[in-house]
Design a protein around this ligand. Structure first.
Ligand code: ZN
Length: 150
């Protein structure tokens, strides 16, 4: 689940903190809390590392690790993809996006994908239908469904 704010997850064996260079501060409170509670953690600020580096990092983790990702939309989604491929589930991670969301809205008329941020209504760039953004998310399409608005 991508959200605007993170919450501290209890009862984990180890935390992995992963941020881009502009967002590392947003994780400091969690690092602090992990230290106070004596929970193991890794902290990694991602710069120019290739995906294979993150893939290796995730693959080294034992069961029960919990992942926090913080950064811009593209960064968060990139790290999320690598983590999922390495065997993390959606329940084992929390993500925070700073700045604009770059969601995709699928037109229910022509099935074209339309980029959106936080708009509630858009015009389909393919067929011109007036669409209302729903909260219905399709993990398969990695997109939200847009319904024709009247
Ligand atoms: Zn359309």
């Amino acid at each position: 689940m991508i959200r605007k704010e993170l919450s501290f997850s209890k009862g984990k064996r180890k935390f992995l903190f992963c941020a881009d260079s502009t967002e590392e501060k947003s994780l400091h409170d969690f690092v602090h809390q992990a230290m106070e509670e004596g929970i193991q953690f890794d902290f990694h600020i991602v710069g120019e590392e290739p995906d294979s580096f993150l893939d290796m990092w995730f693959n080294q983790q034992k069961m029960g690790s919990y992942l926090y990702i913080s950064g811009g939309w593209d960064f968060v989604n990139r790290v999320k993809k690598i983590a999922l491929a390495a065997g993390f589930s959606h329940e084992e991670m929390q993500m925070k996006v700073t700045g604009p969301f770059k969601k995709k809205l699928i037109c229910c008329t022509c099935h074209a994908g339309n980029p959106i941020e936080d708009e509630a209504y858009i015009t389909c760039r393919n067929c011109g239908a007036e669409l209302e953004a729903s909260t219905h998310y399709s993990p398969r399409l990695e997109a939200y469904l847009g319904y024709v608005s009247i």
